[in-house]
Design a protein around this ligand. Structure first.
Ligand SMILES: NC(=O)C1=CN([C@@H]2O[C@H](COP(=O)(O)OP(=O)(O)OC[C@H]3O[C@@H](n4cnc5c(N)ncnc54)[C@H](O)[C@@H]3O)[C@@H](O)[C@H]2O)C=CC1
Ligand SMILES: O=C(O)C(=O)Cc1ccc(O)cc1
Length: 367
């Protein structure tokens, strides 16, 4: 598709969408703006955008597609600014915010100006921020929720999907209300819980110096999302605060039941609590298309011998098995460390497991 695309907010999400658009539509011009000059320079140097502008007005003028990829409270503010600007008649304005109701409440004013706004939320990401973490494949197979607000914006949804085709995401239309209720449950509230679990450990840190080292494995897995951007999550929490407050009440009730079962030593109640959760969790789809992408991790106990890590990565490279992340977790006294290797798919992880078991002397396992 030809035309001018203007991306505001050149971080992880704005950068990844810009890359996906450039890949699919090389004939389009992608211009960026970010509040941070370094981010714009980096985006240009990484060829995430063709160029950048010094203010929003300059980029918005003449744009065929405007994408707001800033923290949600900033997005609300920028929508108000865009409402004051002269935009092309046929422009599509969209956003990538993790909340939709409060943004759409502002954006609905575009209707009076005859401008189409389609709320958007690519349901994949990372705890990493910034353009250096951007990649065109970030949204592959993920859901991309779209919230058009009227008949005209519904009609333009197809055009927006064509612009975003390079994301290889699965587009689904939802209302802003159902959007915010659903993502509160599966994404926003888990972030509150993850951060609060980390606070529990942090508060006990001084008393138990060993705690940090023991807090590996499962604890690291379920608190991974607590390493996300504080500004992004404070914005989301305010943006979706009513749903979060309601969930906090339900969660508290839930925990009260656990507390009663513990106080009364009700083994069967506790068993049921875990069994029902396991049964539901085991039936969740395992593809990487949920809000929180699946990670296919493999663990290798590695001794303190130079070259072990490269021995392992070379073996994987020889067989063409690509890895998405690698990290040494120092968790146990009896081994130098545990190598955690992440793969894009279950198949890659299983092939790597077989290969490393057959061709290295190390203990290789899936947790
Ligand atoms: N990180 C994730 O996993 C996901 C994030 N989102 C949403 O996408 C949006 C962007 O998130 P990320 O890219 O992860 O954040 P990020 O922190 O990587 O990027 C945000 C960018 O916005 C810029 N910015 C802040 N205020 C600005 C302003 N007034 N004008 C212009 N630029 C400004 C920042 O400098 C930064 O470069 C947020 O609304 C977030 O809720 C949606 C899906 C996944
Ligand atoms: O990486 C994770 O686990 C995430 O939580 C990613 C994420 C963050 C925000 C969204 O609105 C959607 C997905």
């Amino acid at each position: 598709m030809q035309g001018k695309v203007f991306v505001i907010g050149l971080g992880l999400i704005g950068g990844s969408i810009a890359l996906a658009i450039k890949k699919e539509h090389p004939e389009a011009t992608v211009i960026g703006f970010d509040a941070r000059l370094e981010e714009m320079k980096m985006a240009k140097a990484m060829m995430v955008v063709d160029g950048y502008v010094e203010n929003i007005k300059g980029g918005a003028a003449g744009a065929d597609l405007i994408i707001l990829a800033t923290p949600v409270l900033v997005t609300e503010k920028l929508v108000r600014q865009l409402l004051q600007m002269e935009l092309k008649e046929n422009v599509i304005v969209t956003d990538t915010g993790s909340t939709k109701e409060s943004i759409m409440a502002q954006a609905v004013q575009f209707k009076e100006k005859g401008i189409v706004f389609i709320g958007g939320h690519p349901m994949a990401g990372s705890h990493k921020s910034g353009v250096t973490a951007a990649k065109p494949t970030l949204f592959e197979n993920a859901f991309y929720l779209l919230a058009p607000y009227d008949k005209r914006s519904k009609m333009k949804t197809e055009e927006l999907e064509r612009w975003l085709k390079g994301t290889r995401a699965n587009f689904i239309t939802v209302s802003p209300e159902e959007h915010d209720e659903m993502v509160a449950i599966i994404s926003h509230f888990p972030h509150v819980v993850a951060a609060s679990l980390v606070h529990l450990v942090k508060d006990a840190d001084a008393e138990y110096p060993l705690l940090k080292r023991l807090a590996a494995g499962g604890f690291r897995d379920i608190t991974r999302i607590a390493s996300s951007s504080p500004q992004m999550w404070a914005d989301i929490s305010i943006g979706n605060r009513e749903n979060l407050i309601a969930l906090l009440d339900r969660w508290t009730e839930n925990l009260q039941k656990v507390k009663r079962a513990l106080e009364e030593s009700k083994y069967d109640d506790l068993f049921r609590f875990y069994a029902e959760a396991k049964q539901y969790r085991d039936r969740l789809p395992i593809s990487g298309s949920g809000a929180i992408p699946s990670f296919y991790d493999l663990f290798v106990d590695i001794p303190d011998i130079p070259g072990v890590v490269s021995e392992i990565t070379n073996k994987l490279a020889e067989k063409g098995i690509s890895i998405t992340n690698i990290r040494i977790l120092e968790t146990r006294e009896d081994v130098y460390g545990v190598l955690r290797i992440s793969f894009r798919s279950e198949k890659d992880r299983d092939n790597a497991l077989k290969l490393l078991k057959e061709e290295t002397p190390h203990e290789v396992y899936i947790q």
